[in-house]
Design a protein around this ligand. Structure first.
Ligand SMILES: Nc1ncnc2c1ncn2[C@@H]1O[C@H](COP(=O)(O)OP(=O)(O)OP(=O)(O)O)[C@@H](O)[C@H]1O
Length: 775
C-alpha cells in the first residue's frame, strides 16, 4: 500500500470504491453540513400483534417425557414452561427451517431448546458430496447446534449450567455421562474470546455472536452445524444483525455448499420485535453476490414457524419509586440496606441475594465503595454483605466470581452489574433486582467521526429483561428506581446498534465474507448510505479495500485480529520492517483496549501529590500512547509486587491484568501469523524507548488514525483535519493544556464538549504522509 495513488481531478476530490463514487470533500477540506439523527425504532418490542401469528397448532397436553442427564436437575427442568412444549418445538423444526420462539424470561429457552433438539434425526452429522472447484468431494455436514449469546459471560455460564444438567463434563474428559449409563464424551462446549472449551463429541456449543461471525469467515456454509440458535435477538447488536443476514443468505441459498443439507435457525427472545424478524426472514433479498439480480417482489417465507410460550416459572413483584429519585446512588444504597435489614437471607427456594443494575464501571465502583463502607456500620447481629462488581471489562475470572455462592453462610451477596447481566444470565441466589433505569449507550456520528458514550434511560425491553433476573430460582422482587410514569415514557426497544455505530468493522466483515455490494446485504435495519460510504472510504484509507471495493490481503489479515480495523491496521504496519515495532505496539494496544483508562482519575490535590513522583516516571512528552507503553514496560519488568506497584501509581489493577491477557493473546496471534518470533518471557529489563523509535511507533499509529488528527490553529485551538471541527484535549490526557504543532487522537468523544482522548503529539507533515500512503 506504500505506493501513492492519484486522486481523480475532475474539479473535485473523489475516489471510486467498487461501484461507489465517494467525495473526499470534508476529509481534507471543510464542507459544512447539518447533522442528522438516526431514526427511531419502528415497532414496540412487546408488540401485542404477535398473538395473531401464534403457531396454528393448539398446544398439546404435556407429555410425560423423562429428562435425560443428571437427575438432580429433573424436577427443576420439568417445571419450566418450555418443558411441556418440547414436542411442538421438535415438530415445527421437522417441518420448517426457521423457528421464532418467544417465551418469557426464565422460561427455559437458552438451556432447554438445544437439549430438546440434538437427538433429532435432522441434527445428526451426515456425509455428503459437495463441489470443490472442478471436482466433487465428500464432507461431513451438521451434527452440532450453535447457541449464540450477546456476551461472553452468558455463553460460559449457560454452558456450565447445561453441562451440569446433561451430566457431561465441559473439560472433555470421559468421566461424565448419564448416571449409570455408558460413559460419554463431552456434550456441551463453549467458545468465547480468551477461552474455548469444546470437548470431543460436543453437540451443543454456546458462543458469542462475534465468535460465530469469525467461524463464518473460515466456514461460509457453517458445515459443522445442523442448527444455529440465535438467542436474545432483541439486543440487536451489530454482530447479531450481521449474523441474521448471513443466516438468511444460507437458508435462502441453494444449499449446494452444504451438500443439500438444510441449516435450521431458531431465533429466541423474551422481548423480540416479532414483526421485524418475521418480515426480515419472509422477504428474500438478493445479496448482490449471487448470479441473480434483485427481485422486485418479496418471495414467500422460506418456511418459518412461530411459537409463543406463555408463563414464567416464578412471579416477580415490581415496585416503582413513588416520586422521581434525585440521587440514584443514595437511593440504591437505601434500597440495598432496606432489603438487607428487612428481608430474610434465604427461604425454601434457596438464597435471597441482590442484583443491582447501574449504568457503567465508574458508577459500579462508586456504589461498591458506598455499600462496603455502610455495611461496616451495621449491627453485628445482621448478616454480612459481600459486593461483587460485574461489567464487561472485568476478566472472565472476576466476572465468574459473581456467579459463585458467597462464602460464609451468614452473608448476603450484592452483585452490581451493567447491562452485561441483563439478558440470558441466571445469577445464582438472586431474588431481588434493583434497576437504576439507565445504561451507557454508544452513539457514533458518522459525519463527525465522533462517538459519545452517555448514560441514557433504558428501554422497556431492557426493564423487562432486568426484572426477569429476579424470578429464576424462586419468586422475586424488582425495585425500579424510577416512577411508573417514567416507565411508561420509555422507548419500547433500543435503537439497533447498527444505526448508531461506526460501520467500519461490520463492512470489513461483510467484505471478508465475499459480499461485494454491501448496500444489498440483507439487514433488518439498513444503515444510511452516507454512513456506509464513510466506512468504505475509511477502509480504503486503511488499505483494507482496493479502489475497486475488493478486500485486499491486508484487509484479510486485519479480520484475523479481535481489534477494530484501525487498530488491526496499526498492528500490521508495526510488523512492516519499515517500522519494526510490533512488541511496543502490542503493549500500547493492550493498554488501550483493556477497559476504562488504566490510570485512575486523581480527584484531590492530595492524591495528585501522592502519586506525582511515581507517575512522572511513566509520563512521556510524546503523549498518552508512549506513556501507556512505558507503563506496560515497567509493569512487566516489575517482578516483586505488581499490586503494590499499581497502587503506588494509582493504576487500575484489574484493567492492567486484563491488558496482560490481551497482550498475551495478540502476541500469540502475531506469532501464529508469522509476523514475529516468539518473544522472550517476562520480566525483561526496562529500556526507555528512544525518540526515533517513538517516532516510528507514532507513525505506525497514523496508519490507522490519519483521519483522527488535528492541527494547531493561529488562535491556539486544535482544528481537526477531517471536517475542520474544533476539538479540545481531554483533561485526562497528559497533553491537556499543551500546545503542539499537531495531534493524533484515538478517540473523539462528546460528553460536555468535543474532546480528543488518547492523544499524541505529532508533526503536521506526518498526516499527509500517512494519508498519501493510504490513498
Ligand atoms: N447458571 C444457572 N444457575 C442456576 N439456575 C439456572 C442457571 N441457568 C439457568 N438456570 C435455571 O434455568 C431456568 C431457565 O433458564 P434459561 O436461561 O433457559 O431461561 P430463558 O428462557 O432463556 O431466560 P432468558 O430469556 O431470561 O434468557 C432459570 O430460570 C433458572 O431457574
Amino acid at each position: 500500500m506504500a505506493k501513492k495513488r492519484k486522486r481523480e481531478t475532475n474539479g473535485e476530490n473523489i475516489i471510486r470504491i467498487g461501484d461507489k463514487v465517494i467525495s473526499l470533500e470534508g476529509y481534507l477540506t471543510k464542507k459544512p453540513r447539518a447533522e442528522t439523527t438516526a431514526p427511531e425504532p419502528k415497532k414496540d418490542a412487546t408488540d401485542s400483534t404477535a398473538d395473531s401469528h401464534k403457531e396454528a397448532h393448539p398446544p398439546k397436553p404435556a407429555p410425560t417425557i423423562r429428562p435425560t442427564g443428571d437427575p438432580q436437575y429433573f424436577a427443576a427442568r420439568q417445571a419450566l414452561p418450555l418443558w411441556s412444549r418440547q414436542e411442538d418445538i421438535r415438530r415445527i423444526l421437522r417441518e420448517k427451517d426457521i423457528l421464532l420462539l418467544v417465551g418469557e424470561t426464565g422460561s427455559g429457552k437458552s438451556t432447554q431448546v438445544p437439549q430438546f433438539l440434538y437427538k433429532e434425526k435432522w441434527c445428526q452429522r451426515r456425509t455428503v458430496r459437495v463441489k470443490n472447484g472442478d471436482r466433487m468431494e465428500e464432507v461431513g455436514v451438521g451434527g452440532m447446534i450453535a447457541v449464540t449469546q450477546p456476551r461472553r459471560v452468558a455463553a460460559t455460564t449457560l454452558a456450565h449450567r447445561v453441562s451440569k444438567e446433561t451430566g457431561t463434563p465441559l473439560n472433555g474428559d470421559r468421566r461424565g455421562g448419564d448416571k449409570g449409563g455408558p460413559s460419554v464424551k463431552g456434550l456441551v462446549g463453549y467458545s468465547v474470546r480468551f477461552d474455548h472449551r469444546v470437548p470431543p463429541g460436543t453437540r451443543i456449543k454456546y458462543l458469542t455472536e462475534g465468535m460465530l461471525l469469525q467461524e463464518l469467515l473460515r466456514d461460509p456454509y457453517l458445515r459443522k452445524y445442523s442448527a444455529i440458535v440465535v438467542d436474545e435477538i432483541h439486543e440487536r447488536s451489530v454482530d447479531v444483525d450481521l449474523l441474521a443476514g448471513f443466516l438468511k443468505q444460507i437458508i435462502t441459498g441453494d444449499k449446494a455448499g452444504r451438500g443439500g443439507v438444510p441449516l435450521k435457525v431458531i431465533i429466541m427472545s423474551a422481548t423480540a420485535n416479532v414483526e421485524t424478524i418475521q418480515r426480515f426472514f419472509s422477504d428474500v433479498h438478493t445479496d448482490g453476490d449471487s448470479a441473480t439480480s434483485p427481485s422486485p417482489e418479496p418471495k414467500p417465507s422460506p418456511s418459518m414457524g412461530y411459537l409463543q410460550i406463555e408463563g414464567r416459572q416464578f412471579p416477580v413483584e415490581i415496585t416503582y419509586a413513588p416520586q422521581p429519585v434525585p440521587d440514584v446512588q443514595q437511593e440504591l444504597l437505601k434500597t440495598v440496606f432496606k432489603i438487607h435489614t428487612k428481608e430474610p437471607l434465604s427461604d425454601k427456594h434457596g438464597r435471597r441475594d441482590i442484583l443491582a443494575f447501574l449504568s457503567g464501571q465508574e458508577e459500579i465502583e462508586a456504589a461498591q465503595k458506598l455499600i462496603e463502607e455502610y455495611a461496616l456500620t451495621l449491627d453485628p447481629s445482621l448478616p454480612k454483605v459481600k459486593v461483587f462488581p460485574l461489567f464487561g471489562q472485568l476478566s472472565m475470572e472476576a466476572q465468574h466470581e459473581a456467579f459463585q455462592p458467597v462464602k460464609g453462610g451468614f452473608t448476603r451477596k450484592v452483585v452490581l452489574a451493567t447491562n452485561i447481566a441483563e439478558t440470558s444470565v441466571t445469577v445464582p441466589g438472586v431474588r431481588y433486582v434493583i434497576d437504576c433505569g439507565k445504561a451507557k449507550v454508544k452513539q457514533f456520528r458518522a459525519r463527525l467521526g465522533m462517538e459519545s458514550l452517555l448514560a441514557k434511560p433504558i428501554s422497556k425491553s431492557s426493564a423487562i429483561q432486568r426484572a426477569g433476573r429476579a424470578g429464576r430460582e424462586g419468586p422475586g422482587k424488582c425495585f425500579r428506581l424510577y416512577t411508573k410514569e417514567t416507565y411508561e415514557t420509555l422507548k419500547p426497544a433500543d435503537l439497533p446498534e447498527i444505526l448508531r455505530t461506526d460501520l467500519v468493522n461490520s463492512i470489513l466483515t461483510m467484505k471478508a465474507r465475499g459480499i461485494q455490494d454491501v448496500m444489498k446485504f440483507p439487514l433488518m435495519d439498513p444503515p444510511e448510505q452516507e454512513a456506509v460510504e464513510k466506512a468504505l472510504l475509511q477502509l480504503n484509507v486503511l488499505g483494507a479495500l482496493s479502489r475497486d471495493g475488493k478486500i485486499t490481503d491486508i484487509g484479510r489479515q486485519m479480520v484475523q485480529f479481535p481489534l477494530t480495523p484501525p487498530l488491526a491496521r496499526v498492528l500490521i504496519a508495526a510488523a512492516d520492517p519499515k517500522y519494526d515495532c510490533l512488541l511496543e505496539v502490542i503493549d500500547i494496544i493492550s493498554c488501550i483496549t483493556a477497559g476504562e483508562d488504566i490510570f485512575l482519575q486523581l480527584r484531590t490535590e492530595e492524591e495528585r501529590e501522592e502519586v506525582a513522583d511515581y507517575r512522572n516516571e511513566l509520563f512521556r512528552r510524546e503523549g498518552d500512547l508512549m506513556t501507556y507503553l512505558t507503563t506496560m514496560q515497567l509493569y512487566t519488568a516489575e517482578n516483586s509486587d505488581r499490586v503494590k506497584w499499581c497502587k503506588d501509581r494509582k493504576i487500575h489493577i484489574r484493567n492492567m491484568k486484563q491488558a496482560l491477557n490481551i497482550r498475551k493473546q495478540l502476541r500469540g496471534l502475531c506469532v501464529k501469523q508469522g509476523m514475529m518470533e516468539q518473544p522472550p518471557p517476562d520480566p525483561q529489563p526496562y529500556t526507555p524507548v528512544s525518540p526515533q523509535r517513538a517516532e516510528a511507533i507514532l507513525k505506525c499509529f497514523l496508519r490507522g488514525f490519519a483521519l483522527k488528527t488535528a492541527v494547531l490553529a493561529p488562535d491556539n485551538s486544535y482544528v481537526t483535519s477531517y471536517g475542520k471541527h474544533v476539538v479540545a484535549i481531554h483533561p485526562a490526557s497528559i497533553l491537556h493544556g499543551r500546545k503542539k504543532e499537531a495531534i493524533m487522537y484515538l478517540e473523539y468523544v462528546f460528553t460536555q464538549k468535543n474532546y480528543a482522548k488518547k492523544v499524541s503529539a505529532i508533526q503536521a507533515n506526518w498526516i499527509t504522509e500517512a494519508l498519501e500512503e493510504g490513498l
